[in-house]
Ligand binder design. Structure first.
Ligand SMILES: Nc1nc2c(ncn2[C@@H]2O[C@H](COP(=O)(O)O)[C@@H](O)[C@H]2O)c(=O)[nH]1
Ligand SMILES: [Mg+2]
Length: 218
């Protein structure tokens, strides 16, 4: 069954923001985030459900493609859950793993998309079922550009899972196949999502504060 936006967990309202006092935040980031949007435990439970949906839909082996660097934590946890699951017929899903480096942000602004993917890696995608694992869709421009590139190499199918989708008027309308959470139009960090390489070591997904933006600006 295709996933629809009504199936996403919507954390876009004010009441979804937890106070920093409610959970443990590393001392070095205490002033740098304004609220906790998605606690780590909720992230993990949601990923288990996304893994279930992906396994149920899989029709054969998957090439799971991690979009570095921000997607690495979601990719690692998702792959672990998929490995632990079986389909209703008792079969498990064979996986192979690929890594694609995509860079677009400086501070909290996109500076255009750079995709690092070699021709020889891409040739291996022909005839395979690809599952792209991304941390967040904001405008959708990164994913549209990546999908255009991947489709040139004739994969059998391409599906995309993004842990987060930002609800923003800047969206180009792109919608991934599997989504964890719809989030507000704010710059979020943690769970491997960075701001100039900081905050990847924060477990919860948090909204960055003005103090954090200034402290780590380049
Ligand atoms: N740490 C954060 N990274 C973000 C955020 N919003 C976007 N991004 C990065 O950009 C791409 C997707 O952007 P898009 O506009 O092309 O869809 C994503 O892969 C991230 O690396 C954010 O709030 N925090
Ligand atoms: Mg990313």
């Amino acid at each position: 069954m295709p996933m629809e936006p009504k199936d996403w967990i919507d954390v876009t309202t004010e009441k979804n923001h937890y106070s920093l006092d409610h959970f443990v935040i590393p001392k070095h980031y205490e002033q740098d985030v304004s609220s906790i949007l998605i606690p780590h435990g909720v992230i993990m439970d949601r990923i288990q459900k996304l893994a279930r949906l992906i396994v149920d839909d899989a029709t054969g082996p998957l090439v799971v493609c991690c979009i570095l660097k921000g997607g690495h934590q979601y990719f690692a946890d998702l792959v672990n859950y998929i490995k632990a699951l079986t389909k209703s017929n008792g079969m498990s899903v064979p996986l192979s793993l690929e890594f694609i480096r995509v860079k677009s942000y400086k501070n909290d602004q996109s500076e255009g998309v750079t995709i690092s993917l070699s021709e020889s890696e891409c040739k291996d995608f022909a005839g395979k079922n690809l599952l792209i694992v991304e941390d967040i869709i904001d405008t959708g421009n990164t994913m549209v550009k990546l999908l255009e590139r991947l489709k040139q190499y004739n994969p059998k199918s391409v599906k995309v899972t993004s842990l987060l989708v930002k609800k923003t008027s800047r969206s180009n309308g792109y919608v991934p196949d599997y989504v964890g959470f719809a989030i507000p139009d704010a710059f979020v960090v943690g769970y491997a999502l960075d701001y100039n390489e900081y905050f990847r070591d924060l477990d919860h997904i948090c909204v960055i504060s003005d103090h954090g933006k200034q402290a780590y600006a380049i």
